[in-house]
Design a protein. Structure first.
Lengths: 254, 289
């Protein structure tokens, strides 16, 4: 008779950070973060600035996805997204809107989305992610980026990414762009979930070998020193290396 | 240059300069029912609709743009009809709230499950077609210049103003070259004012779109308009490429002998600003219900 295998995963450190565009208030921030520590589900969504009700759509995606047990597969994701889109559009039916809001609502809303689920594994955590749009997931081991999803270069970030749409007639055309991937986090590893502006900046640091700034970023993020993190990003925005965009970060560290 | 972020704190302005002379009541060649002035008014109304929608954040319209419409023909001055008439420069939120009227239509769209459904759509109207008098282009350009000087004094650091000038004929009050160059010399920290010109023709003449040189132009008037047309910045070139329009580095924002499709593309490219995807409003055209 063999003894049952007991998996004891190293502790997971979860840190989050949210910062609106310069000269914008927190309630205007269109990035959203969802956390479910019980089921180890984490999500980011980035509402498209030009879309209708983008903040609400991003919040629904991030907050609701982590509360579901939807499988991390394309069929599961597409079914869940369709239901969320219907729910969002139903909520608009109750509003009395001016002509321009009606017209804007006709196109639906859009957001980038990245969701990740962790499961205990031997001496680490197994992760599985689902991504649509230009919000990113990076698997970091010391100074190496083991995985960069879905974009791999700072130059890849354009102004017209394919995003998670709320409108059913648009959704079908976007699903071929969904990325599903996974891996195993070992002790010392970090998963970074980043919305597009800060993701492009992080890749730029990697491409230019600016490990000093990356170390500062890692330290203040680990210390949960939000004032220092805000100062760092304001400084990087001033140099033009970081686009003036909303910033959302989830850091999962073993 | 031409990379300043357009924000409420740092907005830009767009001037639509319209030839409303008597000849604009002539039809486009081959279609007696399609007057130039009618078509231009329709395109301008759709362009304003697009700009409003871009700035709409749920139930609020953010003032990223300020709009001026100047007409010239029997007189020279602001060309908004209705509540905004006589207004020289209007924040986009007021453009949104004060159309002359809002027409209701229906549009057939896919329901995403293989069928089609009809949905209501709104077509606001801000200007009526106008075609009277001569072509006082120089006086109109002078008004554009003074309007922009006032704007630039208050907004020295934003994305530079864009002037989209549409005409069907030669100036009746002199050579527009001097005042055109004066407009092009105005600037913000982010670049010179962009002056784009679209000449339209009722005849079936060979159209010339976004040339880089003036050697193929047929006459002195065409060369004058070419000389007072700004080069297209990179973001505008990208918008042109998305529309399938041939425009290269060095191309001017200039069309000569344009037809209806030239007008539509001219406004789509001219309002693309910082690389926004052109809104293909022609796809939305339906009969009014």
């Amino acid at each position: 008779m063999t003894s049952p295998v007991i998996i004891t995963s190293p502790q997971l450190q979860v840190r989050t950070f949210l910062l609106p565009k310069r000269a914008h208030t927190a309630v205007e921030c269109e990035d959203a973060i969802g956390i479910n520590e019980l089921h180890h589900r984490f999500a980011l969504a980035d509402g498209a600035t030009e879309a209708f009700d983008a903040r609400n759509w991003a919040q629904r995606l991030a907050l609701n996805w982590v509360q579901t047990r939807t499988t991390l597969s394309l069929p599961g994701f597409s079914e869940w997204l369709a239901a969320e889109g219907r729910s969002l559009h139903d909520s608009w039916n109750e509003l009395k809107l001016p002509w321009y809001s009606e017209e804007k609502a006709r196109g639906g809303s859009f957001a980038a989305f990245v969701g990740v689920e962790l499961e205990p594994a031997f001496d680490g955590w197994q992760w599985r992610a689902i991504i649509l749009g230009d919000s990113c997931l990076f698997h970091c081991r010391q100074h190496t980026l083991l995985k960069k999803l879905p974009l791999t270069k700072s130059a890849d970030f354009g102004s017209n990414p394919v995003l998670a749409a709320s409108h059913p007639s648009v959704q079908a055309t976007t699903f071929e762009h969904v990325v599903v991937d996974g891996g195993v986090m070992k002790p010392g590893d970090q998963l970074l979930l980043l919305t597009d502006g800060v993701a492009a900046w992080y890749l730029l640091l990697d491409e230019t070998g600016d490990f000093e700034t990356r170390s500062v970023f890692a330290r203040v993020l680990r210390d949960e020193d939000n004032a220092a993190l805000t100062q760092l990003f304001e400084s990087e925005r001033s140099t033009g290396r970081l686009k003036n965009d909303d910033i959302a970060i989830i850091s999962l560290e073993v | 240059m031409y990379s300043a972020q357009i924000t409420r704190a740092n907005p830009t302005c767009i001037v639509l300069l319209l030839d409303q002379s008597g000849s604009m009541s002539d039809p486009f060649s081959g279609d007696a029912s399609n007057k130039k002035s009618d078509f231009v008014a329709e395109v301008v109304n759709h362009t304003l609709h697009d700009l409003v929608i871009r700035c709409t954040k749920t139930e609020e319209v953010r003032n990223y743009y300020y709009i001026s419409i100047i007409g010239y023909g029997r007189s020279v001055g602001p060309a908004f009809s209705g509540p905004l008439s006589s207004r020289g420069m209007v924040p986009i939120s007021e453009v949104a709230d004060f159309p002359l009227q809002v027409k209701n239509s229906y549009k057939r769209v896919s329901d995403g499950a293989g069928s089609w459904v009809e949905i209501p759509v709104r077509f606001p109207v801000w200007i009526h077609p106008t075609a009277e008098g001569k072509t006082p282009m120089c006086e109109a350009l002078s008004l554009v210049k003074s309007t922009l000087e006032t704007w630039l004094a208050a907004h020295p650091r934003g994305f530079p103003p864009t002037v989209l000038h549409l005409t069907d004929g030669e100036s009746s009050d002199g050579d527009p070259d001097y005042v055109g160059r004066q407009i092009m010399s105005l600037k913000t920290d982010d670049g010179n004012v962009l002056l784009f010109n679209c000449h339209i023709s009722a005849q079936h003449r060979q159209k010339i779109e976004y040339p880089g040189e003036d050697i193929s132009l047929p006459d002195g008037f065409a060369r004058t308009l070419f000389q007072i047309s700004s080069r297209l910045p990179q973001s505008f070139l990208a918008a042109a490429a998305q529309l399938g329009v041939q425009a290269l580095d060095g191309s001017r924002g200039f069309v000569f002998n344009g037809d209806p499709s030239s007008i539509v593309q001219f406004y789509e490219i001219g309002t693309s600003l910082t690389g926004m995807t052109p809104y293909r409003w022609m796809d939305d055209r339906t009969e009014t219900a």
